[in-house]
Design a protein around this ligand. Structure first.
Ligand SMILES: C[S@@+](CC[C@H](N)C(=O)[O-])C[C@H]1O[C@@H](n2cnc3c(N)ncnc32)[C@H](O)[C@@H]1O
Length: 260
């Protein structure tokens, strides 16, 4: 039984880290007209209103997106700023885009988007906002579904893996998933998000991933949130990022070093 709901955490600093990186990747990949396939193992509901009771209850957006000025956003990533402004303009200034919305912002009609989500309420909400002929929604396990769709046509594409890590075994499941995915779809650009917690559960997973992807181009970025009560930081690991893509310095904007 899944209990995690991303609406309590939307817009937190870890979300901003992940979404700014995703925006940089998709903006870069859509510079070429050539079609691509985008898949997400864990989509959640796609769009959030940060003035909803759930968001206000945790207040996590206050140390994330709500803390950033327009200048911070520009420094973080102008592509992310553009996607955020689009959502704020279309809905309200309190709305915040989840990863499916970021993807839809950058992808074109000739690209395909596959979004997987298991939680019934999250899936129902996703269905109301993600409607388009090139968007395919899967109310199924994200790992199995992405493998069953791989390799897609077109093969040029991206997989975002953004689990809630509710099940401890997920840390072991992810390296195995990477192996299977890349054996089916070797050219996929794959990005994984993980939390940095005091128990450091991500460390064995990262050691395994780095060694098993040793022959691939890797990108790894960690941002530490000082004074954060829950999550100590946010990590991103990616392979097969396109040539010519350089990610912004996320730490410079997102690391809070002064007492809050
Ligand atoms: C961290 S949230 C995803 C957030 C989203 N990617 C974003 O950035 O806007 C994780 C989501 O994965 C869902 N989930 C958990 N296990 C899953 C699985 N095996 N397959 C698909 N969805 C799953 C949860 O219900 C939750 O909504």
């Amino acid at each position: 039984m899944l209990s995690y709901q991303h609406l309590y955490h939307a817009g937190c600093a870890a979300d901003v880290h992940k979404h700014a990186a995703l925006a940089a990747l998709l903006s870069h990949m859509t510079r070429k007209d050539k079609a691509l396939t985008y898949m997400e193992t864990h989509a959640a509901r796609g769009l959030y209103n940060l003035s909803d009771a759930a968001s206000l209850k945790t207040g996590e957006a206050d140390s994330g997106i709500n803390r950033l000025s327009a200048a911070d956003l520009e420094r973080l990533n102008p592509d992310f700023k553009e996607a955020l402004q689009h959502v704020r303009h279309t809905y309200t200034p309190q709305h915040y885009p989840g990863s499916p919305f970021i993807a839809r912002h950058f992808l074109r009609d000739h690209d395909s988007i596959h979004l997987c989500e298991l939680h019934p309420q999250e899936f129902a909400a996703l269905k109301t906002v993600m409607t388009s002929k090139n968007i395919f929604l899967h109310h199924k396990d994200g790992y199995e579904t992405v493998l069953s769709l791989s390799p897609p046509t077109p093969r040029r594409g991206v997989v975002l893996i953004d689990p809630s890590y509710e099940i401890k075994d997920e840390y072991n499941q992810i390296p195995a998933f990477f192996s299977k995915l890349l054996s089916l779809w070797p050219e996929a650009s794959v990005m994984l998000w993980y939390p940095i917690l005091s128990e450091n559960r991500h460390k064995p997973m990262m050691d395994t991933l780095k060694s098993q992807c040793g022959n691939l181009r890797q990108w790894h970025d960690e941002v530490i949130f000082e004074n954060n009560k829950g999550m100590e930081g946010s990590g991103l690991f990616a392979v097969n990022m396109p040539y010519g893509l350089t990610f912004p310095d996320f730490k410079a904007v997102l690391e809070i070093t002064e007492p809050s």
